[in-house]
Design a protein around this ligand. Structure first.
Ligand code: CU
Length: 153
């Protein structure tokens, strides 16, 4: 039997309400931690500035160029939206490179960065080799080679 005094005591010390709220608070903390983890994991992607209109997304990594085949129009001016997530410690001189001597390309990309590379495509349709010479065996490694296909305009 509950006395009036006991009910007053319960009103002043609502431990029961706190106990009931604990699972809810715990759930909110779990959701918050997961959300923070997702932001940390995917923040790089979310923060990537959007590429200039028409820019060609090119990633350099230990797996080479992605995409490994880049198609462009002869005589066009194109922009590569070039980026890497690799750390400097894995890269000679702290950069990936993009080298195609026949095409006048010889560019460098610092570790964990992105930069636009604007390139005047020669008016010479064909398939050309492009390679990175600053990681993973460089020009001697098949992995570090890509293709640039110049299509007749
Ligand atoms: Cu490289």
């Amino acid at each position: 039997m509950t006395t009036r005094a006991q009910r007053r005591q319960a009103a002043r010390h609502p431990e029961g309400a706190i106990d009931r709220a604990k699972p809810v608070v715990f759930g909110l903390i779990v959701v918050g931690v997961l959300a923070a983890g997702a932001v940390l994991a995917f923040g790089d992607f979310l923060n990537r500035p959007s590429a200039a209109a028409g820019a060609i997304d090119v990633q350099s990594s230990m797996a080479g160029f992605t995409p490994s085949e880049i198609r462009v129009q002869a005589g066009a001016t194109v922009t590569f939206d070039w980026w890497t997530q690799d750390a400097a410690v894995h890269l000679e001189n702290g950069v990936h490179t993009m080298i195609a001597p026949e095409l006048g390309l010889n560019e460098a990309l610092p570790a964990e960065s992105r930069r636009p590379v604007t390139w005047q495509v020669p008016n010479r349709p064909g398939t050309y080799d492009v390679y990175c010479d600053s990681c993973c065996g460089g020009v001697d490694s098949p992995t570090m080679h890509g293709k640039i296909v110049i299509e007749a305009a």
